[in-house]
Ligand binder design. Structure first.
Ligand code: SF4
Length: 325
């Protein structure tokens, strides 16, 4: 089986077999350009040379009661981060306007915590309305924790376009990364948001100590869910978190192979090279855009990242096209 055949299968709508997925993740390093070419053919068919850039705003930081071991905002994290309550609707608007000026197509708001309180939901809905009125054309995404179908419907009516809710890893490995909620809890929120008519952004984090089989399971599960966007994060080992020493299984080539598998399994989804791309993909970041069609600029929830200026230069150097609203 050649990588050419895998790209033909993906373009033909077939699901790669588990054995084919293993071939992708186990690709010899010297064959990585051939693998990237296979992913590129699929990416080019569905997204051309377009790159979607997004800016993330941490609208509420820290003090989360959940124990996600990778997260600097969790109850088991001793990371030195800035904690603050939910920002105002006006501050959300300032962030959205800045994101639009930086060329972002979509503005992503994240709040820490298991789920938004009623007061937070009201505040969010007010902010969404203001952004829709004052920054038209900007697509709005929220990473808001667990949501009921009613809450999802309220957010949709207020102007939210998309919800980010990651599955994070395989069902089998989930208990190793978090014990205060289950994988099924995450699937339930995704289903509630889909029922409310919201687009779904759902992906995961690699480098948490999982096996290749877990990565394959996670991506096959995402194919079943059918999200519009799939963020592929690479664990940022934040000092003070239980996973501060994880992530060593990653190197730039491994990260590229995971992105290629995501593209081949989810050919029509936006594949986003997300948190950790700077730390783990390093000098090979331009190559990631032959599989992924989307990146964050200007940092992540509690860690810095590539500036918009440097990211735009990288995209320009590739001859790719930046998607603006
Ligand atoms: S990932 Fe979200 S739910 Fe988990 S600890 Fe961090 S803020 Fe809380």
């Amino acid at each position: 089986m050649s990588f050419d055949e895998l790209s033909a299968a993906s373009l033909g709508g077939e699901t790669l077999t588990r054995q084919q997925c293993r071939l992708v993740l186990g690709c010899p390093d010297e064959d990585i350009l051939t693998l990237l070419d296979a992913a590129w053919r699929v990416r080019r068919r569905h997204f051309g040379a377009r790159v979607h850039i997004q800016v993330l705003s941490n609208a509420k930081s820290g003090l989360c009661p959940e124990d996600c071991r990778y997260c600097s905002q969790s109850s088991v994290s001793k990371a030195n981060i800035h904690c603050y309550p939910m920002i105002s609707a006006e501050e959300l608007l300032v962030g959205a306007t800045a994101a639009k000026s930086a060329g972002a197509k979509r503005f992503c708001m994240a709040i820490s915590g298991s789920a938004p309180s009623e007061a937070e939901l009201d505040q969010l809905c007010r902010g969404l309305g203001q952004i829709k009125a004052d920054a038209p054309g900007l697509s709005l995404c929220g990473s808001l924790g667990f949501l009921s179908e009613d809450q999802a419907r309220r957010l949709k009516a207020a102007g939210l376009d998309r919800v980010n809710h990651n599955v994070n890893t395989s069902q089998r490995y989930y208990g190793q990364i978090c014990t205060t909620h289950s994988y099924q809890d995450r699937l339930d929120t995704i289903a509630n948001c889909q029922a409310a008519g919201l687009e779904i952004c759902s992906g995961g984090i690699v480098g948490q100590g999982e096996s290749d089989e877990d990565v394959i399971d996670m991506l096959l599960a995402l194919r079943e869910i059918g999200p519009q966007a799939v963020p592929v994060n690479f664990l940022v080992p934040i000092a003070g978190t239980p996973f501060e020493n994880r992530g060593r299984q990653l190197n730039p080539r491994k990260c590229l192979k995971v992105l290629c598998l995501a593209r081949l399994l989810l050919p029509t989804a936006e594949i986003r090279a997300s948190a950790g791309r700077e730390h783990h993909i390093r000098s090979l970041q331009p190559l990631a855009l032959y599989a992924a069609d989307s990146i964050f600029v200007s940092g992540y929830l509690t860690t810095g990242g590539q500036s918009a200026e440097v990211a735009l230069d990288m995209i320009g150097d590739l001859g790719f096209e930046i998607v603006r609203e």
